[in-house]
Design a binder for this molecule. Structure first.
Ligand code: PAF
Length: 305
């Protein structure tokens, strides 16, 4: 049985175990008005933008948003703007019941689940393009992707008005793009990057892992093995970006089920190439396993000696 309790001017539904039941919002106006009330009551708001089919990686973002803010919200919206015509928009995995249960478990108070028509009632005339940082890596193989991401994230931030917005480091280029957009547009939000959550065999959690067949799934942890091998090379004193790139690429090429897309070591903020490998930079890899492209990355460690 659910109880409704007052929380300032906002009622909260509480279940038998005393946990808050998330309120579900389908309209921009309703979600915006509720979050405005939360802020007027003096509460900090944390936002986790997602495309749903939530897993433990999303759960880590939602738990952090709940722990660091008085109100935490998650958005679940499979954003058509960030998919090319040839990509998996129609097949993108969805499981709203599971998502709502996980959000409740993570202390989320508000879930925004808009329809495409609610978000884009007419074709968008406005697009947010973050130049430079979007040109390489994911941007090279998916030219419209980051404009779609930046546009929807800008819109979700404008609707929600969060103090903090949480993004996983698994999509490291996306995080860098959102950070750059927030800085360039002076958006009043703290963009928080959260560590990658991995399966026991090292594969970074991703909603797209469900597409892998058993052979591909068994092969996919090669991405993390490549990152660890390159990190070990750096720990042992390597500073040549070419040697680090070769180590990443050779490890991935050694796995027959993986088709290497890119492997590089870059500046962590700009994603530009580096002249010398140093701690704090980022190792980036992407490979296709059948028709599923997977990404992974790791912070460059310091030298062990
Ligand atoms: O990372 C995602 O799930 C999406 O790209 C995001 C940030 C929710 C924008 O649609």
């Amino acid at each position: 049985m659910l109880r409704v309790v007052a929380y300032g001017r906002l009622p909260r539904k509480i279940d038998d175990a005393g946990a808050v039941v998330p309120e579900i919002h389908e309209t921009i106006a309703g979600f915006r008005a509720t979050l405005e009330l939360e802020r007027m009551e003096g509460r900090t708001v944390g936002l986790v933008p997602t495309m749903g089919f939530l897993h433990e990686g999303h759960a880590s973002l939602m738990r952090r948003a709940s722990a660091e803010n008085e109100t935490a919200a998650v958005t679940i919206f499979v954003n058509p703007l960030q998919f090319a015509a040839s990509e998996d928009l129609g097949d993108y995995p969805r499981d709203l019941d599971h998502d709502l249960a996980l959000a409740a478990d993570c202390g989320i108070a508000h879930v925004f689940v808009p329809s495409v028509l609610e978000m884009y009632p007419e074709p968008m005339a406005t697009s947010v393009h973050v130049a430079g940082i979007t040109a390489r890596f994911e941007g090279a193989s998916r030219p419209e992707h980051f404009a779609g991401v930046a546009t929807v994230v800008a819109k979700l931030l404008a609707i929600t008005g969060p103090c903090r917005a949480y993004f996983g480091e698994k999509d490291f280029q996306q995080l860098a793009v959102v950070r750059r957009m927030a800085r360039d547009l002076s958006l009043p939000v703290d963009v928080v990057g959260c560590p990658i959550v991995r399966d026991l065999d090292g594969l970074a959690l991703s909603s797209r892992n469900v597409y892998l067949d058993p052979t591909q799934r068994a092969a996919a942890p090669v991405l993390q093995r490549a990152l660890e091998a390159a990190a070990e090379l750096v720990r042992s004193g390597a500073t040549d970006p070419g040697a680090v790139r070769d180590c990443l690429a050779d490890t991935i090429r050694g796995e027959p089920a993986a088709a290497l897309d890119y492997a590089d070591v870059v500046d962590a903020a700009t994603l530009e190439p580096v002249a010398e490998v140093a701690a704090g930079q980022r190792l980036l890899v992407a490979a296709a396993f059948g028709s599923t492209r997977l990404l992974d990355n790791l912070e460059v460690p310091g030298h062990a000696r």
